[in-house]
Ligand binder design. Structure first.
Ligand SMILES: Cc1ncc(C[n+]2csc(CCOP(=O)(O)OP(=O)(O)O)c2C)c(N)n1
Length: 265
């Protein structure tokens, strides 16, 4: 017992010696404020928000960044990332981003959209902004569902996947095929970079961070439009625990939306 106490005492002393500013490998980005996020536990939005804040801080672009917020769960992104934001009506984020970037070309302009916002009501704005080669970054959170409004079917909903509006599963004869919109976007000449990532593991988070950095750099270097898709979970909409939702995503979403770079010029 005494020996145990001694070991524990030594360990505690060692730990307090280790926790020094020079030894820290992680800190919260200063551009991520202290507001409590409204996202469900297990949701991918919060992780991507943190990455956006981290990348902008590392690029020293906090003062120059303008985010365009969507409708959907991420509508309140402006409450968490401490940069300038504009709110766009459903799907109009790429059109608004076009205006902001053209009027203020020295700004780093990005949209942050879910699949309902980007690939349903916003299909036209997304395709045309990308095709015009606007020097913006489109961040696309693909959770295969309308999260905020109760888990309805989205264009990206998988075949057979159950949602509030297709409780027996998506039927392609009735509802059409899942829309792989980033595959379409990569074909457009105005698009410089398309990548599909995820944030379910530490290595995946690191890759998404690199992808965001490259996309933001492209936007500042006038390379054209960059698209970062993040294949994500919506455990509330999918009606699964966070853990199960991650497993389901790996087994079902990742084969349908394979991760990796689709275009990089
Ligand atoms: C112009 C307009 N049409 C419809 C809505 C209703 N609406 C709000 S959020 C949403 C779905 C958003 O889903 P998605 O873009 O996939 O984002 P998620 O909530 O999954 O993050 C809808 C249809 C709205 N707010 N505004």
């Amino acid at each position: 017992m005494n020996q145990e106490k001694q070991i524990m005492g030594e360990t505690t002393a060692n730990v307090s010696e280790l926790i020094r500013p020079e030894n820290l490998v992680y800190k919260k980005p200063t551009l991520l404020n202290d507001n409590t996020m409204h996202y469900c536990p297990g949701c991918s939005h919060g992780v991507v928000h943190k990455l956006v804040a981290e990348v902008l801080e590392e690029m020293n672009m906090g003062e120059k960044a303008v985010g365009i917020a969507p409708v959907g769960c991420a509508v309140f992104a402006y409450n968490y990332i401490d940069i300038d934001w504009q709110e766009a009506a459903h799907g109009r984020a790429p059109a608004l981003a076009t205006a902001v970037k053209r009027l203020q070309p020295d700004k780093l302009v990005f949209t942050y959209q879910g699949d309902g916002d980007l690939a349903a009501i916003g299909t036209a704005e997304t395709i045309h902004a990308a095709n015009r080669g606007e020097n913006i970054t489109i961040i696309f959170i693909n959770n295969g569902i309308y999260g905020m409004t109760g888990g309805q079917m989205a264009p990206t909903t998988l075949e057979g996947m159950k949602t509030a509006t297709c409780p027996a599963g998506r039927n392609v004869e009735l509802n059409g095929y899942p829309l792989n919109i980033t595959n379409l976007l990569k074909e457009l000449p105005g698009v410089a970079y398309v990548t599909r990532q995820s944030v379910n593991t530490a290595p995946a988070v690191r890759k998404t961070k690199k992808a965001l950095m490259k996309a933001f750099e492209n936007s500042m270097n006038k390379k054209g439009c960059s698209v970062v898709e993040v294949v994500s979970t919506c455990n509330s909409g999918w009606k699964m625990s966070p853990e199960k939702a991650n497993e389901w995503m790996i087994d079902n979403m990742h084969p349908a939306y394979p991760l990796g770079d689709l275009k990089d010029i």
